[in-house]
Design a protein. Structure first.
Length: 195
């Protein structure tokens, strides 16, 4: 039986009971951690998988608490010996998402501490994430980078939220220079027929 303040989560995980969170589980999955529910940013598959600022950091921590509570609710509601396959899948999905959020939070905290000084990009597409990580590790906000580049903070936010897709190669070089980021390049031809 559901607690009086509880409710079912929604269509994605209908058996998850939300207790006093105020956010349906399906709403959580449909919203970005940084507030796209307010129309701030659409979801894109190529978005860097890294927390880019303090607002996202705080929101990610809040969502982690919601996932942890959802896992508790699932565990309390069903005895481990009596879980159906669907209930076990739901619990596993919630725990996996919580683990992903924990990893993102830990990485952001490590970067923000300044302990990380070396970054690796295995492809050109990874350079965007590398630049974001370098900015965070340098201790710079998006606003400070914007000042160094002579652009508005919103422009740096756009660059980072779109993985620098709209930035020219010259601008990407400007970002690396502003961050005092030494990069070494290695290009290797691979077999175009290889999968």
């Amino acid at each position: 039986m559901l607690p009086p303040e509880g409710r079912f989560g929604g269509e994605l995980l209908p058996n998850v009971v939300e207790v006093a969170s105020g956010l349906a589980f399906s709403d959580f999955f449909q919203n970005e951690r940084n507030g796209s529910r307010k129309g701030n940013r659409p979801h894109h598959d190529w978005r860097p998988a890294v927390i880019t600022n303090e607002v996202q950091y705080r929101a990610t921590k809040a969502h982690l608490r919601q996932f942890e509570q959802a896992a508790v609710n699932l565990g309390v509601r069903t005895d481990s010996g009596k879980r159906s396959k669907l209930e076990q899948l739901e619990l596993d999905a919630v725990c996996a998402q919580a683990d992903d959020l924990r990893t993102e939070i830990e990485e952001y905290e490590r970067l923000r501490s300044g302990a990380v000084l070396t970054f690796e990009a295995t492809s050109l597409a990874d350079v965007a994430t590398l630049l974001i990580k370098a900015r965070i590790a340098r201790g710079w906000t998006q606003g400070r980078l914007a000042d160094a580049l002579g652009v508005a903070e919103q422009q740096v936010q756009r660059y980072e939220s779109t993985a620098y897709r709209s930035a020219s190669l010259a601008r990407i070089c400007d970002v690396a220079t502003a961050l005092a980021l030494d990069m070494s390049e290695k290009a290797e031809l691979r077999d175009p027929d290889a999968a």
